[in-house]
Ligand binder design. Structure first.
Ligand code: NAG
Ligand code: NAG
Ligand code: NAG
Length: 488
């Protein structure tokens, strides 16, 4: 019962992890095309030391590029004076290289391997010419810790990519955040890499680690492809979310391994069509939709899919979190084939229980979610708002067992509803009522008439004491397949 290492899904992911291990041979090799550049070519401005997100866009669009070529043009930062010895400040060289590369068609801004480049907080802004690639083969890092951080630099963010369409950031190298000295500070405002107001972005192959705070953040973007990256920070590094997206649509996150001290992937307000597949999280705080509706804001999230992924050693598994007082909705959320190992709160919807408005959660499905949970928390926890019930929650093939210790057969459910059974002939088992105070029960009854009881199919976690399973009020039914009953 302790380990599911024999399960086929788990084996699949071991194989997948092996595949993911970095393959240096797969690096693209470029023939070098040395070019000469005048100081003013391109006319791309790079603003440094932004005090806040770039609020005043001042980049001038590069006019007719002088050095566009049909093939890749390599712009090696060393050609612009970058030293790469791990201590020299290479910010100016990167700015010059960016200017030049941004103005050329199919340019590759190369950060070569075997060098360690230190740059200060910088906004790399566009628009740039099409098919722009930033290839990081070496190591790129900020000054080490707050003491070395120049007073004039933004302490909120380090690398910002702004107003770019079609940028690819890739390479076999490492983006090192040097976050250690920031983690102990009372406020940790510093994001490592931020993509802002950009479209059609690709982030591929890189290793990104030890961010002072969020590792990679996308906001105001449309069209993001993240593939084969790894993100790592210690489990106890605070607020080091792996990938955070907000106000961003059409996102794919694939074949990626994340271990950190906060959310593995967090999906904030204004996101739609986010597809997550073959992601391994852990240690982490799991994959999170939210928090939404903070400070009475309006937040909408829709069409999110998480498939064929693994979450292990994490504080949450699949979480939806909203704040009281917010408005908006979370709809069309699909979790499918997710393997958990020693995870607290494997499945959790967390809405603060106050009689105020709330973000509406609907159409959430959990299919084939299996593995083990940390018994310190119930593996399933649906705490929906008193005023706005969660509706159309469906579960099938959810099998969660204790990683170690006693079964927690008390899933918590409050004001959460599912759909009518597809097959009315299956036996249904009425469950006892929850132990919450009756005064809080009022509002849900009417909602249930419209939406019907939640249906849990094959929820092995509660099979052991089937009649104890609770979901709130009345018509709660649980349908248990015969095969699972036999196993239990
Ligand atoms: C993204 O790329 C597609 C196809 O190349 C293009 O049609 C679209 O306009 C781009 N999106 C933006 C916002 O520029
Ligand atoms: C949902 O998201 C997927 C990608 O994750 C996209 O292909 C699909 O078109 C989206 N559907 C809707 C209705 O937006
Ligand atoms: C329930 O949610 C599923 C997605 O999980 C959706 O396909 C279906 O249309 C929803 N049903 C209702 C009655 O809204």
């Amino acid at each position: 019962m302790k380990s599911k290492s024999g399960s086929p899904l788990f084996q699949l992911f071991v194989a997948f992890l092996l595949l993911l291990s970095r393959n240096a041979d797969a690096r693209t090799h470029y023939h070098k095309q040395k070019k000469k550049f005048g100081p003013d070519e391109g006319g791309q401005s790079i603003s440094q030391s932004p005090a806040s997100p770039p609020s005043e866009p001042n980049p001038t669009v590069p006019s007719d590029p002088v050095y566009g070529g049909p093939d890749d043009s390599i712009f090696d930062v060393r050609e612009y004076g970058a030293v790469g010895d791990g201590s020299a400040d290479d910010t100016a060289a990167f700015a010059e290289a960016w200017k030049a590369a941004c103005a050329a068609d199919s340019a590759v801004l190369l950060v070569p391997s075997d060098y360690v480049f230190v740059i200060r907080s910088t906004i790399f802004s566009g628009p740039c010419r099409p098919e722009f690639v930033v290839q990081v083969d070496g190591v790129l890092m900020p000054p080490d810790g707050p003491d070395c951080w120049p007073e004039t630099d933004s302490k909120h963010q380090w690398l910002v990519f702004y107003r770019l369409d079609g940028l690819t950031l890739r390479g076999g190298g490492t983006i090192e955040g040097n976050g250690e000295q920031w983690w102990n500070l009372p406020c940790k405002p510093h994001r490592l890499i931020r993509f802002f107001m950009s479209s059609n972005l690709t982030l591929r192959d890189l290793r990104i680690q030890n961010s002072p705070q969020f590792h990679v953040k996308f906001d105001g973007c449309d069209g993001v492809l993240i593939e084969k990256i790894s993100v790592s920070s210690p489990a106890l590094s605070p607020n080091t979310d792996g990938i955070h997206v907000e106000n961003t649509r059409n996102v794919g996150i694939y074949d990626t391994v994340i271990g950190n001290g906060d959310d593995c992937i967090s999906i904030g307000p204004g996101c739609a069509s986010v597809d997550i597949e073959n992601v391994v999280c852990g240690p982490s705080h799991g994959i999170s939709i939210g928090s939404l509706g903070v400070h009475n804001t309006h937040a909408c999230v829709s069409n999110i899919t998480v498939r064929n992924s693994v979450i292990r050693g994490s504080d949450n598994g699949l979480r939806i979190k909203t704040w009281q007082g917010g408005t908006g909705s979370v709809t069309g959320i699909r979790f499918e084939n997710v393997y958990m190992e020693n995870v607290r709160n494997c499945i959790i919807i967390d809405q603060v229980q106050e009689p105020t408005s709330a973000v509406y959660v609907a159409d959430v499905s959990y299919a084939n979610v299996k593995g083990t949970y940390d018994v310190r928390s119930p593996p399933i926890h649906f705490a929906c708002s008193d005023t706005v019930a969660c509706t159309n929650i469906t579960m099938s093939e959810v099998e969660l067992l204790p990683f170690e210790g006693e079964l927690v057969d008390d899933p918590f459910c409050w004001n959460a509803y599912g759909t009518q059974p597809l097959s009315p002939s299956l036996p249904s088992i009425a469950c006892r009522k929850a132990r919450r105070s009756p005064s809080l029960r009022a509002s849900a009854m009417d909602v249930s008439e419209h939406f019907g009881p939640i249906i849990l199919i094959n929820v092995i976690v509660i099979i052991q004491r089937v009649r104890d399973c609770l979901i709130y009020h009345m018509h709660y039914h649980m349908v248990v397949s015969r095969s699972l009953l036999r196993r239990a």
